[in-house]
Design a protein around this ligand. Structure first.
Ligand SMILES: [Zn+2]
Length: 301
């Protein structure tokens, strides 16, 4: 393959943390420390330290908006025409602004990007904080009309995650799409347990479910799409390599999956970069990958 043929494909991004999707070259202009990003992390704690560093300059309104703008132009550069970007519901606290001002900010920054890209903001809930922490703002966020989906993220401990069951019920009533990080750091058994309690519309990662025969057949039966973040999984040691994904079996069994970037600011790889790596390794053909990418693009009125 000459160059990267996937850059010219229109594509969709279903799993990207908003401000962590900025580009390093942009953020370097306001925080030169971003050059020192590791390519592999020894566990979640080391990853969180890195994230804290990368976001250390994000916590004033103008910089926060700058991160969002950078993330969106980055997606446009990779020909992403539809993106669900998540923003932690407690970001207004870190920014030190009123919740309503933060809602307006998210609405404004994610609006009107002309013909090139449609951004759908997503409510991000970090499992580590627990549900009580987010309760004061969750209903208002769901009813604000700003958000399109909700995503439970972080090092999801299933017992703790189940605390969020009522949040998902409310999200569904508010017509928000329900997503959670499953099968990234938790095993297949606990992920499937979670799915018994919460009917997710999509799973972020899902690797441990995918790699268990029982999990794989449950996913196929339930027809839940997976948003796979390949470079993220490798950097965090969730999988060893691109070969660890059963791409061929997923296609044969018609199991829906998309490629996503998770945190471009940390991992520095676009959807096209990962798509190219998969094809160069012979795991899928270029035509098959183009079909995967185009299938993920929703019909935009
Ligand atoms: Zn994520």
């Amino acid at each position: 393959m000459i160059g990267n043929p996937f850059v010219r494909c229109k594509k969709a991004e279903y799993h990207a943390h908003g401000i962590l999707s900025a580009s390093r070259s942009d953020i370097f202009k306001i925080n030169p420390g971003v050059l020192e990003v590791k390519s592999r992390f020894l566990g979640w704690d080391e990853f969180e330290d890195s994230v804290r560093n990368l976001l250390s300059s994000a916590w004033c309104v103008s910089n926060y908006c700058y991160y969002i703008k950078s993330a969106i132009s980055n997606l446009v550069l990779d020909n992403v025409c539809y993106a669900e970007l998540s923003f932690d519901l407690s970001d207004h606290l870190t920014l030190g602004i009123e919740f309503d001002c933060w809602l307006e900010l998210i609405f404004r920054e994610c609006q009107s990007h002309g013909e090139s890209i449609l951004i759908k903001p997503e409510i991000g809930l970090n499992a580590r904080h627990g549900s009580e922490f987010y309760r004061p703002w969750f209903v208002a966020a769901c009813e604000s009309g700003v958000f399109h989906s909700v995503d439970l993220y972080g090092n999801v401990n299933i017992d703790r995650a189940l605390e969020f069951k009522s949040f998902f019920t409310f999200a569904e009533r508010s017509n928000l799409k329900k997503k959670a990080h499953l099968g990234e750091f938790n095993d297949c058994g606990s992920s499937l347990e979670f799915l018994k309690f919460v009917a997710l519309d999509e799973i972020q990662h899902g690797v441990s479910i995918l790699n268990s025969p029982v999990g794989f057949s449950i996913l196929s039966k339930k027809r839940i799409p997976l948003n796979l973040s390949l470079s993220s999984n490798i950097a965090l040691g969730v999988v060893y390599s691109f070969e660890s994904y059963p791409f061929r079996r997923m296609l044969d069994k018609d199991l829906s999956f998309r490629l996503s970037t998770d945190d471009y600011l940390v991992f520095g790889r676009s959807i096209s970069d990962d798509a190219m790596a998969v094809c160069q390794l012979g795991l899928l053909s270029q035509l098959e990958m183009e079909a995967v990418l185009s299938k993920g693009v929703p019909l935009i009125p």
